[in-house]
Design a protein around this ligand. Structure first.
Ligand code: ADP
Ligand code: MG
Length: 215
């Protein structure tokens, strides 16, 4: 099928996705694997424009189904303009969020009908899927503390209330339980270094990498 491998990081805000993605890409590069670090919403020119519509402005600026459509429009562009071309060239793609975030946020969090989300997923993504999805699980309060101490503006999603964030945490755990072959849940409360070691172990196991070779 594809030549590169596709890994996604999922989880709530402040779980450490961006931090772990950077550490994983650096580690893969040290053993000679070329990586594309990317993110959703975004990751291609058009999708980054759509991202601006999603992450800024008032919390209720979109109908939940409209929001799901925008995420899927962005994802289709990202997939065809960035992810699939990289994989075809043997580059590993590591994405900060992918389709599970739409099911968690718009489905579990915002209550969009599951059958409608499945239809959109089928149109936008088809049978493309990450080979491995790492779900960083953190209690809502701790994730919130990390996002407020992080530099920069808070996004529209970060401003949603803790009830919403609890629903989407449970959503990610339900997704992991439904797809145990693809998904691994990691406790995101430890140090960034200890979580990185756990991530690295899982990646080495999943893709049969030589863990001894780089210590
Ligand atoms: P996400 O991308 O999931 O929202 P980030 O990687 O941006 O999370 O991390 C959120 C904030 O918490 C950042 O300021 C980051 O430096 C910090 N952080 C990341 N991982 C850890 C960790 N394991 N322990 C403590 N702080 C962390
Ligand atoms: Mg991030």
């Amino acid at each position: 099928m594809t030549r590169g491998n596709f890994i996604s990081f999922e989880g709530g805000d402040g779980a450490g996705k961006s931090t772990q993605l950077r550490l994983l890409c650096e580690r893969l590069e040290t053993i000679g694997i070329e990586t594309l670090a990317t993110r959703e919403p975004g990751g291609s020119l058009g999708a980054e424009d759509i991202r601006k519509l999603l992450v800024s402005g008032s919390i209720d600026r979109w109908e939940p189904l409209s929001e799901a459509l925008l995420h899927n429009a962005a994802r289709h562009d990202h997939l065809h303009r960035a992810i699939l071309p990289a994989l075809e060239n043997g580059i590993w793609v590591i994405s900060d969020r992918f389709a599970d975030s739409t099911l968690a946020y718009q489905g579990y969090g915002q209550g969009v009908d599951r059958a409608k989300l499945a239809l959109l997923h089928d149109l936008a993504v088809g049978d493309a899927a990450p080979h491995l999805t790492l779900i960083l699980d953190i209690p809502v309060a701790e994730g919130f503390d990390r996002t407020v101490s992080r530099p920069g503006k808070t996004s529209r999603y970060e401003r949603m209330n803790s009830t919403m964030h609890e629903r989407l945490r449970q959503g990610f755990l339900a997704i992991a339980a439904a797809e145990p072959e693809r998904c691994r849940v990691l406790d995101a409360l430890g140090s960034a270094e200890s979580i990185h070691e756990a991530v690295w172990q899982l990646v080495c196991e999943r893709f049969n990498l030589e863990t001894q070779a780089d210590g």
